[in-house]
Ligand binder design. Structure first.
Ligand code: C5P
Length: 411
């Protein structure tokens, strides 16, 4: 055992909140608490009422040397702040075992006891280790709840297969405490490896819209898919991400701060406001180069055979960022219809960029509104890299990796 414990070096000094719900595997949570303590973690335990039917709070109290939180309204002196204090304490929340009932409540944001309320209040990463009868686990309701939680960024620990307490055999066993501790250790190891930890990145997305009158606007076909994928990837790599997006039907990515704008001028102001304090900007938005010089107060009537709308130039946001550049890493996009590499290289120089992602918009499946893209990436001082058609999510990962490389080169 002691050799095993010594392997969990990344757990040392970490603040872990262990939530125990009412499954027969609750007894294994005691060994887990003990392992975490022996690995040097600071552990607080929360138990649901059902969990206390299986194992006593006193066990955890003895193991952790800390009071165990059980009741939302137990101690009148501090019940109002307890869930908030615990939510803030945690660097990681692990729910082991997590019952089907708990998963359903968490997936729906129900907060009817101390544990589920704390789950809503915390910003710490949450791991859940589901444990239940195999049919309950396979049930569509449970699977959908797990999917919902996964989508929201919960880390789901795969249940083991084998003998179940109900007498049958199948998938649903809580993994052994050593295995759970190994997963927790891995979580903290990954955190340490995230190269964008502590960095602030602005990502722009979508196509700006420029009003003509109260009902009409000039727009473009950008969907926002590329920028949203980049924002997600940057967040996954540990960055604090501000996504400034022109209208898009896409939902806010988990963990990313989103500012929704409409026009190029609004995007300009939102980006510039945060520029000084950021480490880089990735401008994937399709910014309208022109806007209507005058926006009609009333809907324009179709009286004449022809209609002329005078346009004036919008600011080139990226160009301005390039002029004001200090330590920031700037990434631009170039949508071209010919001479891709030459135009992109020229744009990179003119706008004082560190990297440019160029795509030929005449190629099917590349560019606006598609789920895929085919690009050439030029990084300052390197040869151009040509990539095949790939999902935008994969491309986002490639772009962030190159961004990290530039950042590392400067430190
Ligand atoms: O010059 P061009 O429009 O081709 O450059 C494209 C790059 O510049 C993109 O990264 C786009 O987000 C950015 N851009 C901008 N402001 C504009 C036009 C484009 O920041 N008005």
């Amino acid at each position: 055992m002691s050799a095993m414990e010594n392997n969990f070096t990344s757990i040392k000094g970490r603040k872990i909140l262990l939530g125990v719900t009412g499954g027969i595997a609750a007894f294994k949570a005691a060994s887990l608490a003990s392992l975490l303590i022996k690995s040097g973690a600071e552990v607080r335990v929360m138990m649901t009422a059902a969990a206390r039917e299986f194992i006593s709070a006193r066990t955890f109290q003895e193991l952790t040397g800390q009071p165990v939180s059980t009741e939302m309204f137990g101690e009148v002196s501090n019940y109002r702040v307890e869930h908030i204090a615990l939510a803030k304490f945690a660097e990681l929340v692990i729910i082991a075992p997590a019952t089907a009932n708990f998963l359903a409540k968490a997936a729906h944001g129900i907060a009817d006891d101390l544990l589920t309320t704390t789950i809503l209040a915390t910003t710490a990463p949450i791991m859940v280790a589901p444990s239940m009868n195999d049919r309950m686990l396979a049930n569509a309701a449970t699977q959908e709840n797990l999917e919902t939680l996964r989508r929201r960024g919960f880390e789901i620990i795969e249940p083991d297969s084998g003998h179940l307490a109900c007498g049958t055999s199948g998938k649903g066993r809580l993994p052994e405490p050593e295995e759970l501790a190994a997963q927790i250790n891995l979580h903290f190891e990954r955190l340490k490896a995230r190269k964008l930890e502590g960095k602030k990145i602005i990502v722009t997305a979508g196509g700006t819209i420029e009003p003509i009158d109260p009902v009409r606007y000039i727009g473009n076909r950008s969907s926002g898919k590329m920028g949203f994928a980049i924002a997600e990837a940057a967040h996954r790599h540990g960055a604090k991400v501000l996504l400034v997006t022109a209208p898009s039907v896409l939902k806010n990515p988990y963990g990313v701060e989103v500012v929704r704008v409409e026009t190029a001028l609004e995007m300009h102001d939102a980006v510039l406001k945060e520029y000084e304090t950021c480490d880089g900007v990735i401008m994937s938005a399709a910014v309208a180069d022109y806007r209507a010089k005058e926006i009609a107060d009333e809907k324009i009537k179709k009286t004449d055979e022809t209609l002329t709308i005078e346009l004036e130039k919008n600011p080139d946001i990226l160009f301005e960022l390039g002029q004001k550049k200090d330590k920031q890493i700037l990434v631009g996009f170039a949508a071209e219809t010919s001479n891709l590499e030459a135009y992109a290289a020229a744009k990179m120089k003119q706008k004082n960029l560190d990297m440019i992602v160029a795509n030929d918009v005449t190629i099917a499946g590349a560019g606006f509104n598609a789920d895929t893209n085919m690009v050439t990436i030029i990084t300052r001082g390197s040869m151009a890299e040509y990539f095949p058609l790939m999902p935008k999510t994969e491309l986002a990962e490639l772009i962030i990796k190159r961004f990290e490389k530039i950042l590392m080169g400067r430190q």
